[in-house]
Design a protein. Structure first.
Lengths: 283, 283
């Protein structure tokens, strides 16, 4: 028994505080905390997001659609600053009752369509514009296998490994070991798969790549949690090859900058309303 | 600082052991550990699974399809005993490189189609038979919003809360508090949503219900982790109403029994090859 072992009470009670970095945005209840409508711009697609890995998935897809000439994919990206509680406004909760970024409103329908969960948004936009999902039945199924794999796997990376390795108030050995083992297993799943596949779904660059890259690509490129050495990411050579190939795409370079308000690797870009905004930040 | 706080090494090293219940099936690498082909029965759909919540999602859908008269949904369900390492056979890894249950092979195509990740299997079967996804564009989008919500949320319930509350070798206070808060928030998301919706996607019973029920329905019905009192599940009255309604469905009653090899609430049923098997276990 260690000091950290305890006997749980019969009924759990919330004790705010001591939740590590970002603790102030976590709570045990759902719903809106304040009345505030969402802003709306001129395009049909209105995105409310932040440049975390889950946010980047969607902005990468939107920029890839525009790069491919799909003019109707023009969008307004509004900052949802989760550190300021934007995700708990009545407007945001109506768009996403789960109060997580990203959330999308499509005003091309009446009433406007809400789309939440990054995987659901990727699927929605890919089907709306008929791009970035393989066209064969077999290719489509394999693409969604991996899209769902990302959705079920990344919580162990972000909510598990990342939290306990980088954000928790102390370094707890047991959770770090547990989640490190799982993340390394996931990296090995990808590495073995990418050893014989150019992209996640074979020859076709797809929304599965766009879903997986911000998390696992970010990890092997040393951009998440300062954990590259700890996880020995250079040993996953096929993941590194794939991550660098995607990192070189112009649409990816743009997508990762949208709704980004930290770091000094590129100008900040709190909002994005047209292609010209990429030349005009810092805002 | 507690005894449990430590300084992570520069490069993580695997130290097998002390991972709590189920530690023997966790490892930091992927791929097959032994050559073993998957068994194949007479039906087109060959399922390799276990009656955990993720497994139950798929057997519930298959039984609902059969209940609805979709004869082509007949299936063989083979036991993939994850405690015995079945998920690391060469056959299983070919069906699911992630080595998790459930995995589906559809032999109606040539070559047979692999489908992995429970959410992907639900989507595949619902689209194959054109059932249990709302037919309107808005209804379909909302259904997939919640299906993806389940995929991204349940790891905090199963891999987070369940592990640290029920399976870890010691009761660690910080992780238990972290994951309990998130699970209660998720239950409240569902409770507020179900306050004004009969089913997850409104009037239509769908694969979103089937995905969410084995986890969150199981929790409020007191069937997971012996945590009903700890989580005060009876306070989520709308989730309880919905969970009981689903629990009463004949197809659900059958679905939860398939590939179940523990508990004494119903006869065991390691495999399922026809409707008659429900009358003939214990096997």
């Amino acid at each position: 028994m260690t000091d950290n072992t305890y006997t749980p009470p019969a009924v759990w009670q919330w004790n705010p505080g001591n939740g590590g970095k970002f603790a102030n945005i976590n709570r045990p209840t759902a719903g809106a905390t304040h009345e505030q409508a969402l802003p709306t711009g001129e395009h049909a697609l209105q995105l409310y997001s932040l440049a975390t890995p889950n946010g980047q998935k969607v902005t990468i897809l939107l920029e890839e659609l525009l790069e491919a000439g799909v003019a109707d994919a023009e969008y307004d990206a509004w900052l949802a600053n989760i550190l300021e509680g934007d995700q708990f406004s009545s407007g945001f909760v109506a768009a996403n009752p789960n109060s997580k970024i990203p959330a999308l409103m499509d005003h091309s329908t009446n009433p406007p369509q809400r789309v939440f969960e990054s995987g659901s948004i990727l699927m929605y936009l890919a089907e709306k514009f008929d791009r970035f999902v393989p066209t064969t039945a077999a290719g489509r199924t394999e693409c969604f296998n991996w899209l769902f794999w990302q959705m079920g796997s990344a919580p162990f990376l972000g909510g598990g490994f990342g939290h306990f390795y980088a954000y928790a108030p102390e370094k707890y050995e047991y959770p770090i070991n547990r989640f490190t083992m799982e993340v390394k297993r996931q990296l090995d799943v990808l590495d073995q798969h990418l050893a014989t596949n150019q992209w996640i779904c074979g020859d076709d660059y797809s929304i599965a790549d766009m879903a997986i890259w911000p998390w696992y690509g970010g990890l092997v490129l040393g951009r998440l949690y300062n954990a590259a050495e700890f996880l020995d990411v250079s040993s996953y050579t096929h993941v590194v090859r794939w991550a660098k190939a995607m990192d070189a795409r112009p649409a990816v370079k743009r997508g990762v900058r949208v709704n980004k308000i930290w770091g000094d690797d590129a100008p900040h870009m709190a909002e994005r309303h047209s292609a010209a905004d990429f030349d005009q930040s810092d805002d």
